[in-house]
Design a protein around this ligand. Structure first.
Ligand SMILES: *Cc1c(COP(=O)(O)O)cnc(C)c1O
Length: 428
């Protein structure tokens, strides 16, 4: 944890020195701590017992940059995708069909045909999609692992917009709606190729115990199907992702180990050795291993409040500016050459460059007084921030740099995505 802070501080200073945060050419850039990413993947692998029975698929939407996906593949991960674009990104990163899981609530016929032909695993979202797959498999067999996504409807977390297991969620088949459990069991019993089952019951703001309860309900359903079938028909359980990230401090908490401990308590059958398991973590692998850095262009005060106007706003942190109470970010202050700013904390607003008043990444935040030319960093933004841009004011997407520490403690950068040019913005 301390090492992550040290690496970040070294990276900010090296970036300032090497012109990656040039006040004119690159007042905004994003960074991914590749050493930290490797540590997070290793923590995930070591948290899970029976490694030969589990495959960890990275949820591409959390950070779909092809070099990031390639790195995750090198680290032994599979990939979860939910659109033709993400599927193409996964392929570009080197993932073969059998290393990919396709989850989308709106898969077209063409997308399904392609996935079945490539052996991509499919989680069916609803009964109409199931009928489509019936039709396709009657024409051409497939090696894909196929399951149904079940919504255990066991409750939401603290952030409604990302909670997937509420009673009226748009995702999956609602397990407790009248007749669905019987219809689902019947659907499995009459289709020997239906051998997987899927749930994604965690999300940011969902407590571990609640997530584990959702998984336990799906494991219970798998056990019931197998009992009625009289043999092990369901052989695989995809438990989704959704481990919450701590946006308040440097700590990784909860940890993958905590999640697995809750699952073991709630759903011991998952670890009985009778099931293969797939996980789909996104945010918990990337969030704390990425940050956004921006120059302070101007400072001023209004109504007694100090304001730092920076180059990082809604274009890279839309969730935070639009729904600040749910997605508060930590901000760190650095001087012009990238040394951590020390000094008395003073309440300041940290504003972005966009032309609307709510374009603030932090409000009334106590930080050492920022000055023109300083650097601010938005922490824990490696997932769903710079990788999910908002095109307000035609601002270009910033460059994304990966960094690693060399043996002599120097920072080595690799370009993960170059900055978008104004010509490309025009081409949009
Ligand atoms: C978004 C998503 C994930 C990853 O969720 P995180 O909160 O980023 O871990 C996993 N599975 C599915 C189906 C998803 O939609």
């Amino acid at each position: 944890m301390q090492q992550r802070v040290e690496r970040r501080n070294l990276a900010v200073q090296a970036a300032a020195k090497q012109g990656l945060l040039d006040p004119d050419g690159a007042p905004l850039a994003a960074f991914v701590d590749l050493d930290g990413l490797a540590e997070s993947v290793s923590a995930l692998h070591s948290a899970w017992p029976q490694p030969s029975l589990v495959r960890h698929a990275f949820a591409a939407k959390a950070n779909p940059l092809v070099p990031v996906l390639r790195k995750l593949r090198e680290l032994g991960m599979s990939c979860e995708v939910a659109s033709p674009g993400e599927l193409a990104q996964a392929h570009a990163a080197g993932f073969g069909g059998e290393e990919i899981v396709f989850d989308s609530p709106a898969k077209t016929r063409r997308e399904l045909e392609r996935a079945l032909a490539e052996g991509v695993a499919i989680n069916i979202d609803n009964f109409q999609e199931l009928a489509r797959i019936d039709d396709m498999l009657s024409q051409r067999p497939s090696s894909s692992n196929i399951g149904i996504r079940i919504n255990p409807q066991h409750g939401s977390g603290s952030i409604e917009s990302v909670s997937t297991a509420s009673s009226m969620s748009k995702f999956g088949i609602a397990l407790n709606d009248e007749g669905n459990r019987e219809t689902l069991i019947e659907a499995y019993l009459s289709r020997p190729w239906l051998r997987w089952i899927h749930v994604h019951s965690g999300s940011q703001g969902v407590p571990l115990r609640l997530t584990a309860q959702g998984v336990a309900m799906i494991v219970g359903l798998a056990e019931e199907i197998n009992e009625q079938a009289g043999h092990q028909q369901v052989t695989g359980i995809d438990v989704g992702g959704g481990l919450s990230v701590n946006f308040d401090s440097e700590h990784d908490s909860p940890r993958f180990h905590d999640h697995v401990a809750e699952l073991m308590a709630a759903a011991p059958a998952l670890f009985s050795g009778r099931y293969r398991v797939v996980t789909e973590f996104g945010r918990s692998l990337l969030a704390k291993n990425g940050f956004i850095a921006a120059r302070v262009e101007y400072t001023k005060s209004a109504g007694g409040r100090r304001i730092a106007i920076t180059h990082a706003g809604s274009q890279v942190a839309a969730r935070t500016t639009l729904v600040p109470e749910a997605w508060k970010l930590r901000v760190a202050a650095y001087d012009q050459i990238g040394r951590p700013r020390l000094g008395m904390p003073i309440e300041q607003d940290i504003a972005g460059p966009c032309c609307f008043a709510g374009d603030l990444v932090a409000r009334g935040r106590a930080l050492p007084l920022l000055e023109q030319g300083d650097i601010v960093t938005l922490l824990d933004t490696g997932a769903y921030y710079f990788s999910a841009p908002y095109r307000y004011n035609s601002l270009p997407e910033p460059a994304v740099h990966g960094f690693e520490l060399t043996e002599d403690g120097d920072v080595a950068f690799t370009l993960l995505r170059r900055a978008e040019t104004v010509e490309e913005v025009v081409g949009r």
